[in-house]
Ligand binder design. Structure first.
Ligand code: ROI
Length: 172
């Protein structure tokens, strides 16, 4: 059984655009995932601590037969390929690549190391805007409409990075 999942992608260290594009590439070649589509890339002001560079963010839609925990580990693997270090006390700090499992079908998962839907999904413009590009009519598993999340946000803390090659078809 295939499950439709949404992955949040973020980077604010090094060449952040290249990091996000390379993450999309790695999602597209992964044997156990199918990259269905992905949003445009956005530049966004840091949420949380402000003393860090702006982020580049995007959202990818994938389908997979992997259980959620295995998908999470696949995402960690891709993060690690991009030099991601998970340091203690760096929870809200800058990162070369951050991959968040935003949604796993309609599942609600509440485990110490895996919370789905992502707990802050609805409050983060850098997730809500690109996600609504892919699925504007989306309803979250708790019944919240994505459009309602969007209506609560100003959307003045992010903008679309234009002039990037964005094939309308997935990479593969
Ligand atoms: N802020 C933005 N704009 N984008 C992110 O991907 C992001 N990721 C984070 C925190 C530190 C919460 N802030 C962010 O983990």
């Amino acid at each position: 059984m295939e499950t439709r999942c949404y992955i949040g992608i973020g980077s604010n260290l090094g060449d952040a655009v290249a990091n996000v594009q390379s993450a999309l590439e790695q999602l597209s070649i992964h044997q156990q995932l199918k990259l269905d589509e992905y949003s445009r890339l956005y530049s966004s002001k840091p949420h949380g601590p402000q003393n860090q560079p702006d982020y580049v963010n995007a959202v990818a839609a994938i389908t997979t037969e992997l259980p959620a925990i295995d998908l999470l580990h696949a995402l960690f693997h891709i993060e690690n390929n991009h030099g991601r270090e998970r340091l203690p006390n760096q929870h809200w700090g800058p990162r070369t690549l951050d991959l968040d499992l935003l949604l796993y079908g309609d599942s609600i998962i509440d485990e110490p190391d895996l919370k789905v839907p992502h707990p802050y999904l609805c409050e983060r413009s850098f997730v809500v805007y690109p996600l609504s590009e892919l699925n504007p009519g989306l309803t979250l598993p708790n019944g919240t409409r994505l459009q309602n999340c969007k209506n609560q946000l100003q959307g003045d803390d992010l903008f679309v990075l234009e002039n990037l090659s964005h094939p309308s078809n997935p990479i593969r």
